[in-house]
Design a protein. Sequence first.
Length: 333
Amino acid sequence: MKKRKERIDRGIKARSEDIFALSSYREMLYLLMPRAVPVVFLLCVTPLFSPYWQEIIISTAIYALLAISWDMLISAGLVSLGQSLFFGIGSYIAGTLNYYWGWSPLFTIPVAMIGGGLLGTVALLPVLRLRGIYFAMVTLVLPLMFSRLVEATRILGGTEGLTGLTPFPNQLTALYVIQVAVLASLFGFRRIMDSDYGLIIKGINDNDRSVMNAGLNIYWYKTQVLFLAASVGSFAGAFGTHLDMFAGMPGFALDYAIMPIAAAVVGGTGTFAGPLLGAFILVPLSELLRALGALRIVFYGLFLVIFVVALPEGIFHYIQRKYHQFERWVEVE
């Protein structure tokens, strides 16, 4: 007797992607659970961790913001290798306002977020018409150029940077600020992409020529997406500046460009929750492997290869499919 595996959707009928016909409280809980898990974990569970692990969670959330902003860019077909550009710009803006004018983090972080979004957009606006690897190459080169410019001209503290900046009142405050920012970015971007505006963005990624033929200016939409992603990345940089009480050339380091991409690949692109999940796997894993010394990179790289080969779609897509469907064996006639 031959059998085959059959996938069956669970018992909620959907009229569209975000409008459901619910008939019981169980179905309501079924839909609410995936949205409640990150909120409960970040806001209720992580504050119970030790100060050491709270610091790691804060660092993880910073990379998660960069990964979410990278995923926003990739949703519009903009392949970026320069999230460190946005991080560094936001870091220097917040550091400058606090170091030279004594502004409080209550003002430096929002100003750096908007100002960094504008500066990042203006910096990449001339190359916005480039596609694929050509746009990615420019985003990779720009942060290196800015760091060399600071080093050569010795502006903004030069190689020593700006030190002694105003910190957060305590670690718990910093933890809640960055986690609220992560949740706002996650649900905000998901809401945007589920709207008609997001449908246009997806269309630009799938076939930009068809969108242009519909009479829409795709470069204006790409500019808006670039501003949103740059603002989120700049927020991460401004936050990190006050967390470390330092703004300098390390803000343009390649770590802030490579780790978000790795998190998005491991977690699954195109979902925003995937990059978040990937960041919360890779960053703590890197810390756990620190005791291995030089072998840390070997095991870390091996872990990445296994995930990419075994789950090329990403962890989140796999979990999402298992959550919404179940499998059973049926007889083949």
